[in-house]
Design a binder for this molecule. Structure first.
Ligand code: ATR
Length: 267
């Protein structure tokens, strides 16, 4: 019987996850299929019952279910507990488990670069929580958060025992890594915007944008022009997906081929 996988979210906009996972299944000759399942919040409890009874092997979880799904699971990894959000359901020894591969995906491209001593996360939403957890997991000693709404930065900083700095003063700091988790620079109305002034990039810093559409945001372009290393949100997306696939199948997709696949899908 064809093994079933899918993504839940609402509204479920365009997602590249089916492209990635179905390609992976094909590469390994697995009889499996990954589908998109739009799911309203009220349907979550019944859906999890279906996962248990219909032998669904793995689920990607996105907004608005990342937090609420946690109460329905048998086990949650420490990483996902720290973030307070689950983006992956998988089976382990008969238990339905929750992991957060956004954190794994965020960290993976940074492991290929020299580890910065300090980092500044811009934004204080769900993505910022994953970013802070990842940067701490990477061993960065000095992590700070700046957010337009200061109270949200304060509460995130308190949860992770990191520093909050005022949004207005963010560019007075010279971190080794700047990670944008705000929608500034995203395709559409925000595309011309950036959370950082072009002439304020610290020498040698890494600029990381979790936005992947466009592939190179204004923030990343100006950082590159200032001589900084840059990491696109596509890397985070790719690696969170590779980590999901490995949890589900115990197999590792070829990273470079998967990257080319996603670049083609975005083009
Ligand atoms: P996500 O789950 O992707 O992190 P979110 O929880 O909606 O999404 O968080 C979006 C973040 O981007 C928030 O920190 C938000 O700042 P506020 O807390 O002040 O709302 C930030 N953000 C959104 N629009 C912004 C803008 N125009 N300028 C600066 N920050 C912005």
């Amino acid at each position: 019987m064809t093994a079933r996988y899918g993504i839940i979210g609402y509204p479920l906009g365009h997602t590249m996850s089916p492209v990635l996972h179905n390609w992976g299944f094909g590469q390994f000759g697995l009889d499996a299929r990954y589908e998109a399942w739009p799911l309203e919040p009220e349907g979550l409890s019944a859906f999890i019952e279906r996962v248990r009874t219909d032998d669904i092997r793995g689920v990607s979880v996105t907004i608005p279910h990342k937090r609420t799904v946690m109460e329905f699971l048998d086990r949650i990894t420490d990483r996902a507990k720290a973030v307070g959000a689950v983006n992956t359901l998988y089976w382990d020894g008969g238990e339905l488990c929750g992991e957060n591969t956004d954190v794994i995906g965020l960290v993976a491209p940074l492991r290929k670069l020299a580890r910065p001593a300090s980092a500044l996360v811009l934004g204080a939403g769900g993505a910022a929580r994953a970013a802070v957890a990842g940067l701490l997991e990477l061993g960065i000693g000095d992590v700070a958060v700046a957010n337009r709404t200061a109270s949200k930065a304060d509460s995130l900083a308190q949860d992770f025992n990191v520093r909050a700095i005022p949004w207005e003063n963010r560019m007075d700091h010279a971190p080794g890594l700047i990670c944008n988790t705000t929608p500034l620079g995203m395709a559409g109305a925000m595309e011309d915007r950036t959370p950082w002034d072009a002439d304020r990039f610290p020498a040698g810093c890494i600029a990381y944008d979790i936005v992947y559409n466009p592939l190179e945001t204004r923030f990343l372009r100006e950082a590159r022009e200032a001589g900084c290393a840059t990491v696109s949100g596509l890397e985070m997306f790719l690696h969170q997906g590779l980590a999901q696939f490995a949890l589900w199948t115990r197999l590792n997709m070829d990273e470079e081929c998967a990257r080319v696949l996603l670049l083609d899908a975005l083009a």
